[in-house]
Design a protein around this ligand. Structure first.
Ligand code: FMN
Length: 179
């Protein structure tokens, strides 16, 4: 199975990135192929509907959309920005307007706001608009759950990353068997 991890922090090195790396390691151990995208470094342009209508996307966006279509599942990671998810992540998801992923699977995770679930709650509604099935386990961390190298140190979060990753793989496998 193929999973795209989208990291939405505006910091190149971030807690969200550390969380994404932990999830990536677990998913790979479970046999998944991971397409890891740290959006702040990836260089997607601002979503522009004229470009989408004309299908004149630049090479980066075209590759992003093509790869996205090949995925069985996604992981969306965001910092808490203004009680919500980041514009960087939303921009990437807006580019997905021309694709949609009916029946595919997404896992949601965030960092910030004292483990606030605000962003992942809001992302559930976004997932529904793309036809994605959201796994029940979400991961909400805060800065104190990490060391200075952005590695997770909190045992409850480590356990949650494990559960989250197994659930994502299970959901994809169940869906594949059923369809
Ligand atoms: C634009 C912006 C908005 C933010 N808004 C909030 C907020 O509403 N509530 C909060 O608790 N922290 C807020 N923060 C702090 C971030 O959630 C915090 O720095 C978090 O650790 C960033 O995660 P990251 O390291 O994964 O980027 C904001 C930070 C930025 C840059």
């Amino acid at each position: 199975m193929k999973v795209m991890i989208l990291v939405g922090s505006a910091d190149a090195t971030s807690h969200s990135l550390g969380l994404g790396k932990a999830i990536e390691a677990k998913l790979k151990a479970l046999g998944a192929t991971v397409e890891f995208i740290n959006l702040v470094e990836y260089g997607l342009p601002l979503y522009d509907r004229r470009i989408e209508r004309a299908e004149s996307q630049d090479e980066t966006t075209k590759v992003f959309l093509q790869k996205s279509l090949e995925m069985d599942a996604f992981v969306w990671l965001t910092p808490i920005y203004h009680n919500s998810f980041s514009s960087m992540l939303k921009n990437a998801l807006d580019w997905h307007h021309s694709t949609k992923f009916p029946g595919k699977v997404v896992g949601l995770a965030s960092n910030g706001g004292h483990r606030s679930p605000q962003a992942v709650d809001q992302l559930m509604i976004v997932a529904r608009s793309q036809g994605l099935v959201t796994i029940p386990t979400r991961i909400c961390t805060d800065e104190s759950d990490y060391n200075e190298q952005f590695e997770i140190t909190d045992n409850n979060i480590i356990e949650r990353v494990d559960r989250f990753s197994h659930e994502l793989v299970d959901f994809v496998n169940k869906h594949t068997v059923a369809s």
